[in-house]
Design a protein. Sequence first.
Length: 93
Amino acid sequence: LLLSPRGLQGLVEASELTKEEMNALLLQSDLPPSQYSYVLLEWVGLYAMEGLRDGTLDGGFGIEDQLMKKLTDVRAEYFSIGDMTAGRMPLAY
């Protein structure tokens, strides 16, 4: 879903991503599509911290700590999923 412009457009249509965010990934970054999820995960963390700072989210240090732990868990889990190059055969010498 995250690896294609069509998938990102679907997230925009579902109001899970803004058009500006989609364009930042597709047009303004030099990242390969396999890296988009890391950027999106970082944006989630930044938006959460902003919400805690401006009072949209409430809960103090406990929620901040747990939120960061969960985001770190998701990031760690993502590393266990192979990307497009994971299935390549090594060169035989």
